[in-house]
Design a protein around this ligand. Structure first.
Ligand SMILES: *Cc1c(COP(=O)(O)O)cnc(C)c1O
Length: 388
């Protein structure tokens, strides 16, 4: 059997894979098992922040692997402490909890919000969390409950109770929901809904959430798992909306390709989680954190300006192209609504050496933050032709 057949027989059927087996890569180019070259416009769903086999990241990880590859959270270790310090310095947040995925970062955020409300208002009095319709927050039973898409819920009932869903960008509806229920502890949202089809929240709606939160002592939980770590053209997307969340989760690009999740806690909740109230065996792993430090320190103003410029170039080239209905998103997180079915566009791009993603009926682009401009130009030409 070849690898595709072995995989189909033995790996759980949870993924509908594209017919490509990736063997290796360098930067934003990847090669399949037959040596065919592709421009990677997905970067492992916004994970390979600096592309494949990035030298500085690989060197940081390898050096740490030769020193101490894992250390239980019963002991201190340098990369974990330094990464938490950098994350707090760059965001103004106060504490970081490390896990291994976006879902785990969100689990921590939800636990932290519930405990804050329980400590302050009494256990069981305030525990509900409002999330947005069409959102995506993860695959664990609780983050699935937080995910505002019924299609993900049906087969797994009962989910964790205590989640309410509000329409994105509808302030009046959110106000009515929040004012009608005294048991709400927090509002949780993505500023650009990624899996839901690359939809931005409006500034007015964000302002609305911020004032409702202030009026009613609700925590604002910003899910920056996909939007974070430079993806939208600022270190975190909330930095472009003029507010500071109480809790922020991130993952995907932070590890540069290794599993990491981080829940950042602001002033209000910095003392909420106490020894024993949460934990993770692998969380804060030294090799993963050493790699993440190398990623974070290179997401500087110069790189962020490039992310914005490349994003603007892609939007300018595609938004009025034949067969393209609209282009939405921010920075290098873009969704393209096409006249052709997305599967056809994806297949045609693939046949012409460009890997693109989809999200809720759209073609989705999440290239490496440092993708060279010439590869952006080549990929855009292929995508334009595929959409026409
Ligand atoms: C990918 C994603 C998650 C889940 O992350 P995992 O690492 O797959 O658990 C959660 N929230 C958002 C916004 C995401 O894009």
């Amino acid at each position: 059997m070849n690898i595709k057949e072995i995989d189909s027989q033995y790996v759980a059927n949870t993924y509908a894979r594209f017919p490509v087996q990736l063997q290796c890569g360098k930067g934003s180019l990847v090669w399949d098992e037959d040596g065919r070259e592709y421009i990677d416009m997905g970067s492992g769903i916004a994970v390979n922040a600096f592309g494949v086999a990035d030298g500085a990241w690989a060197a940081a990880v390898s050096a740490q692997l030769g020193r101490l590859q894992h250390c239980s959270n019963l002991y201190y270790s340098e990369p974990c402490a330094l990464l938490a310090e950098q994350l707090c310095r760059r965001t103004g947040m106060k504490k970081v909890f490390f896990g291994n995925s976006g879902a785990e970062a969100n689990e921590c955020a939800i636990k932290c919000a519930r405990k804050y409300a329980a400590d302050k208002y009494g256990a069981g009095n305030r525990y509900k969390i409002v999330t947005l319709k069409n959102s995506f927050h993860g695959r664990t039973l609780t983050t699935l409950a937080a995910t505002g898409q019924d299609e993900f819920h049906a087969d797994f009932q009962p989910l964790t109770p205590g989640f309410l869903y509000a329409e994105a960008n509808d302030c009046a509806a959110l106000r009515a929901l929040v004012e009608g229920d005294g048991a709400i502890a927090a509002i949780m949202f993505e500023l650009v809904q990624g899996e839901g089809g690359v939809h931005r929240l409006s500034q007015e709606f964000v302002d609305c959430m911020v004032s409702l939160a202030a009026e009613r002592d609700l925590l604002l939980i910003c899910d920056e798992v996909q939007t974070g770590n430079g993806r939208t053209g600022s270190l975190y997307a909330w930095m472009q909306y003029g507010f500071v969340p109480d809790i922020m989760s991130t993952a995907k690009g932070l590890g540069g390709g290794l599993p990491i999740g981080a829940c950042l806690m602001g002033e209000k909740v910095e003392h909420t989680l106490t020894a024993g109230s949460h934990g993770s065996t692998f969380g804060g792993n030294p090799a993963v954190c050493a790699g993440a430090l190398s990623i974070l320190e290179r997401i500087d103003d110069g790189l962020l300006a490039e992310v914005r410029a490349k994003g603007e170039y892609i939007v300018s080239q595609l938004s009025s192209a034949p067969g393209v209905i609209s282009v939405t998103g921010m920075g290098l997180m873009l969704g393209i609504a096409t006249e052709k079915p997305t599967a056809e566009v994806v297949a045609e791009c693939m046949a012409n050496g460009v890997l693109v993603l989809t999200a809720h009926g759209k073609v989705r682009l999440l290239p490496a933050l440092n993708i060279p401009m010439e590869l952006v130009e080549k990929a855009v030409a292929v995508i334009r032709a595929a959409c026409a």
